[in-house]
Design a protein around this ligand. Structure first.
Ligand code: GLN
Length: 471
């Protein structure tokens, strides 16, 4: 399958056409989408129009963008003007946003070809896509296993070759964990790097958009395009995009890489073995491995499951049958609200709304939400201490490889534990990415997570590129 950078080079110099590249991807979708279900919607007609226009521009000698002709899939929680955006929820089924998310505008301006909207856990709450109201996505490498979540459709789309790249959102691990489980690269940038304008909000202080690609260079290329200040997002960092492709060949000589000595328990031994192999590879490439302690790591999962639901309970209040999406008629206004939300939301979304409402209620605010914010501060302090000694930190992305359908659905806590290594970075606002690094005992891919401090993307990409070379 072609890399994003090869497609751009070929389409730009005329040795490839955007149309031919698109048809190849649509062919793979045609062949396998019915078994994988990566998409809620395939936008083949619009994609063909875009590809035709790009080819015409190239022929006419016009300058084309940095993603010319690249087939890209979008998680179905990013607004696309006039194109259904559902968050894999019945409450938004059929909703067509009146505007494009900033990332979508940037992709279109760069010449990307949007091939469709990908499946997710409803409102991005979950780790397997089993919470989608429209049925789960299958892992293209073994369809008896989950692709991870919540951006499972975006990860599967790249893994199956349905798109050269895709975008996901990551609130507690939803880009990195599915990337790890599907054997692709997934990046959660520093909070504020990529505009959230037009991303349907889950937990606003944690949500970030980022890329899925089949290799590190493609991820760097795509992230450079979607990053940068956006006045439409008040949390957007007023700074130009960081140059990433330029550092990929720098190597890791002299870099200091953190090994966490108090990693939370519960990681599979085959995954831990890959982590050790990653440290060995970096050591061989000239890096120094340094022990670091992150004592508050063990409290992060608990803090996240108070903070994220608290924010979600507020963000999801807007789905009331009046302003957005679907309505179930009832005798009076309150009954209409209740009937709409009862019918529109799935079980996990309701669980989060109730958890969050409880955590924010007057009598419990200090004990739960307030306490969770204190843990959030502690983990930031832990990281700040660690990053005095190291440039990046390495952990597994996920405690296990892709698991079987149904194996965690009866136990929300077991599902939540999938994100034990990814959540701390969201709480701190830091960047982190998952790079495929070999396979586990079941021959399924293992992802290694590279973490860095705020705006530390260059160091993170240097290490990721080295791991990719070593694997
Ligand atoms: N799996 C985590 C959750 O269910 C993270 C989700 C995400 O990052 N959107 O909340």
């Amino acid at each position: 399958m072609q890399k994003l950078v090869e497609i751009v080079a070929g389409v730009t110099d005329g040795s490839l056409t955007a149309t031919a590249v698109l048809e190849e991807h649509l062919g793979r979708i045609q062949a396998r989408e019915s078994e994988i279900h990566a998409f809620n919607l395939v936008t083949a007609d619009q994609a063909r129009e875009t590809a035709t226009k790009i080819d015409a521009d190239v022929k006419a000698g016009k300058k084309v963008g940095a993603l010319a002709g690249v087939p890209i899939a979008l998680k179905d929680n990013m607004c696309t003007r006039g194109i259904e955006t559902t968050c894999s929820s019945k409450i938004l089924q059929g909703w067509k946003p009146p505007y494009d998310a900033t990332v979508v505008t940037k992709l279109r301006q760069a010449g990307a070809v949007v091939v469709g909207k990908t499946n997710l856990d409803e409102f991005a709450m979950g780790s397997s896509t089993e919470n989608s109201a429209f049925g789960p996505t299958k892992n293209p490498l073994d369809i008896s296993r989950v692709p991870g979540g919540s951006s499972g459709g975006s990860a599967a789309a790249v893994s199956a070759g349905f798109a050269a790249a895709s975008l996901g959102s990551d609130t507690g691990g939803s880009i990195r964990q599915p990337a790890a489980l599907c054997g692709v690269v997934g990046v959660k940038p520093t909070y504020g790097t990529v505009s959230r304008y037009g991303l349907v909000a889950f937990a606003s202080s944690l949500d970030q958009i980022g890329p899925f690609t089949s290799d590190v260079r493609d991820a760097a290329t795509l992230l450079e395009v979607i990053s940068g200040h956006d006045p439409m997002d008040s949390t957007s960092i007023p700074q130009a995009a960081t140059s990433l492709v330029s550092v990929l060949e720098h190597g890791v000589k002299g870099m200091r890489i953190g090994r966490v000595t108090d990693l939370p328990e519960g990681c599979e031994p085959d995954v831990l073995a890959r982590l050790e192999a990653a440290f060995d590879a970096l050591r061989k490439a000239g890096a120094t491995i340094v022990d670091v302690k992150l004592p508050s790591l063990q409290y992060c999962l608990t803090a996240y499951y108070l903070i994220a639901p608290a924010e979600a309970s507020s963000n999801l209040a807007r789905y009331d049958g009046v302003r957005y999406g679907n309505r179930v008629e009832a005798a009076d206004l309150n009954a209409m609200y209740a009937a709409t939300r009862e019918a529109g939301f799935g079980e996990e979304v309701k669980r989060r709304i109730m958890l969050g409402t409880y955590a924010l209620s007057a009598g419990y605010f200090d004990a739960y939400y307030g306490k969770a914010l204190k843990v959030r501060r502690l983990i930031s302090d832990d990281f700040a201490r660690a990053y005095k000694d190291v440039d990046t930190i390495l952990t597994p992305t996920s405690p296990s490889t892709a698991f079987k359908f149904g194996s965690k659905t009866d136990n929300p806590l077991a599902m939540y534990l999938c994100d034990v290594f990814t959540i701390p970075t969201n709480l701190a606002g830091h960047p982190a990415m998952s790079v495929p690094f070999g396979v586990g005992a079941d021959s399924m891919p293992v992802g290694i997570q590279v973490l860095a401090t705020t705006m530390g993307e260059q160091a993170m990409f240097k290490v990721a590129a080295e791991l990719e070379r070593a694997s």
